[in-house]
Design a protein around this ligand. Structure first.
Ligand SMILES: [Zn+2]
Length: 331
């Protein structure tokens, strides 16, 4: 099923707010092999302060070290980026741990070539294996512990992407619907409540003294609502089908965000891939950070959908991940 955004051999721009809010920390996300002395020098000259090296099963410790050395030699701090929830290998090995699409059937209109589930079948979002189940949680934790053995010395922290449930989690079809686990749908594994804060805490114990930065995806927006629920004359995306759950989903988002922040003081990332999450609508403003919530530390958080030519983040949050024009693939 072609519904998920992936992080291919791409370079993103991460923007993090340092203690001095006027000068955000900007991090380049890159494949380790791309971190050459020439590139590192160019990024430094561009004003970046750090590089995040993508770390997965393909990563070679020697290549990571070369990359980290090149970054350090050019005055760039080093972070590691690990994609968690989207995992092809685990999805193949354990389809029972994959995220389900929930009770609403609206996703089928968006993906008409997929055979609808028959009686006794459940629909899953390939290849999404969230940490939301006790079984997958444990395996993801082990995976990260194993991957971190390849980490170069001296890195500052780890960014963990996709710690929420799978996309279209209620079945609406919206890729940003990440709040639900087996929404009125039979579970094929054991649900682990509040998995993300537990996961961040466990990874933190693996690497004392390093930052662990969860990267969060925001929920649906008011223009995703069905026409009857939107202001008259307003434009809509149709991304939520006929599901009018905007307020309900927002509340669940806020609860999960609060749970994530409860015992943490470190930064949190916000994934704002405006194209991959289908926010690049011609009707929307060119640059439009819409802030809708306050978190437990009274920071405004929420939607950061940037349409048009965005290459950097604008939202007052710790870390904002924004795609560059050409270098994120969607499949
Ligand atoms: Zn939904």
């Amino acid at each position: 099923m072609r519904i998920l955004a992936t992080l291919a051999d791409s370079i993103f721009v991460l923007t993090a707010l340092a203690a001095d809010k006027a000068k955000p920390l900007e991090i380049v996300l890159a494949e380790p092999a791309a971190v050459t002395a020439t590139n590192a020098a160019a990024w430094k000259a561009d004003g970046f302060a750090a590089v995040a090296l993508m770390l997965d099963e393909r990563s070679d410790a020697a290549v990571l070290k070369t990359a980290a050395d090149a970054a350090a030699a050019n005055g760039l701090a080093v972070y590691l980026w690990i994609e968690v929830g989207r995992n092809v290998e685990l999805a193949r090995e354990h389809p029972e741990w994959m995220a389900s699409l929930g009770m609403h059937a609206d996703w089928q209109k968006r993906f008409p070539n997929v055979r609808p589930p028959a009686k006794g079948e459940v629909a899953k979002a390939w290849p999404w294996v969230p940490i939301s189940y006790r079984e997958s949680f444990a395996v993801h934790r082990q995976r990260i512990e194993k991957l971190l053995k390849r980490a170069p010395g001296g890195y500052r922290g780890v960014l963990l992407n996709d710690l929420q449930a799978g996309p279209s989690s209620c079945g609406c079809g919206n890729l940003q619907c990440r709040w639900a686990v087996d929404y009125h749908f039979p579970s094929t594994a054991t649900i682990e409540p509040d998995a993300a804060p537990k996961f961040v805490a466990e990874v933190s114990t693996l690497i004392p003294g390093k930052e662990v930065i969860p990267v969060w995806t925001t929920e649906c927006e008011s223009e995703d609502l069905p026409a009857a629920k939107r202001p008259a004359g307003g434009w809509g995306t149709g991304l939520c089908g006929d599901v009018p759950c905007f307020d309900y989903c927002r509340q669940r988002f806020a609860e999960q965000w609060a749970a994530l922040q409860k015992d943490r003081t470190g930064p949190t990332g916000l994934l704002a891939l405006h194209r991959e999450l289908q926010r690049d609508r011609p009707e929307s403003d060119d640059r439009r950070p819409v802030l809708v919530e306050e978190d437990a530390r009274r920071r405004e958080v929420g939607f950061a959908y940037l349409s048009g030519r965005a290459t950097k983040g604008f939202v007052d949050l710790d870390v904002v991940v924004v795609s560059t024009r050409t270098e994120v693939t969607f499949f």
